[in-house]
Design a protein around this ligand. Structure first.
Ligand SMILES: [Zn+2]
Length: 317
């Protein structure tokens, strides 16, 4: 039986079940709560996260991929506390989240230093714990493939080839950044079928999406609820169209939501993106997809079969 590493150790991929492929528990401005602990109430937020995660498990979600890496405030011991006693598989990521510059540490060192650290997270354990990462994360936003971003993309590609862990990305779809990522990965010899181009659900540009699909990548239709980028009915229509075109086995779903994010005042999040929460896909998006003609088999592909295939398709090369 193929296995995948989770917060609680390895499990059979057959146990993954209904999987949200791009979420977060805590998203914190790197360094801010460490320097100024008064900016949040950590204990209260851990308690609140536990409630939200339990609610999610009660909805039938079995696995949650937490793509929180360096740059988003990854902290494994805190995550372990939030998940204590909750029956949810959590898959952990390594990598680096930046739209442009690198932390000085990486800026002034060879790329191999970064590659070795990512590999160590996957093969040894993270932050002194036995928890191993099972997926690699990187980002390319509007500024494009800047020198810092390029170093991360290449380091992620090399760590992927050394370990076989799949790659999941953040993109700015308005500037078609997914194609830029595919180009760098291809130069590094990456099998693009082992890459998920994230935030592809933010656009209605079917031509752009098909171009990436034709190169074999999975697309993350993974920001359900962020209506200010694209409202749910439009996200649903794009997925229904891609299913019609035969790509249901190349799409994965998620919200890119978090139990707690410190980037914006909580009030602002509640008022501008009220649907941005972990229940939105189960309660609203799946019924809307069915209404738009997406059948049960296609929904199963997006929520169960593809996530499983992504984590089974492993091994260095
Ligand atoms: Zn994210």
């Amino acid at each position: 039986m193929p296995q995948v590493e989770t917060l609680r150790g390895p499990i059979d991929t057959a146990q993954l079940g209904f999987t949200l492929m791009h979420e977060h528990v805590f998203v914190l401005s790197q360094g801010v709560p460490e320097s100024f602990p008064s900016v949040w109430d950590e204990e209260a937020q851990i308690a609140s996260a536990r409630e939200k995660l339990r609610e999610l498990a009660d909805l039938g979600v079995q696995t949650f991929v937490d793509l929180t890496v360096l740059g988003l405030g990854r902290n494994i011991p805190r995550l372990q506390r939030a998940l204590e006693g909750i029956s949810l598989n959590v898959i952990i990521a390594t990598g680096l989240y930046t739209y442009n510059e690198l932390p000085q540490y990486f800026q002034n060192r060879d790329i191999d230093v970064m590659v070795d650290l990512f590999v160590r997270d996957i093969t040894g354990g993270i932050q002194g714990t036995k928890v191993k990462a099972a997926i690699l994360k990187c980002a390319t936003d509007e500024p494009g493939v800047t020198p810092g971003v390029e170093k991360v993309l290449r380091a992620v590609a090399r760590a992927h080839r050394r370990t076989g862990a799949p790659i999941s990305t953040h993109t700015h779809s308005g500037t078609r950044r997914g194609l830029d990522q595919q180009k760098v990965f291809a130069e590094e010899g990456v099998d693009l079928g082992r890459v998920i181009i994230g935030h592809s659900g933010d656009t209605e540009d079917i031509g752009y999406l098909e171009e990436m699909l034709k190169r074999g990548s999975y697309l993350g239709m993974d920001r359900f609820g962020i209506d200010i980028y694209l409202p749910t009915e439009k996200r649903v229509a794009v997925i229904a169209r891609l299913c019609e075109l035969g790509y249901a086995d190349r799409l994965v779903l998620s919200h890119d939501a978090s139990c707690y994010i410190d980037w914006y005042p909580a009030e602002l999040v509640r008022s501008t993106v009220p649907n941005w929460h972990f229940r939105h896909i189960s309660e609203d998006a799946l019924p809307a997809l069915r209404k738009a003609g997406v059948n049960e088999e296609q929904i199963r592909q997006m929520t169960v079969e593809s996530p499983r295939r992504i984590f089974e398709h492993s091994g260095p090369y």
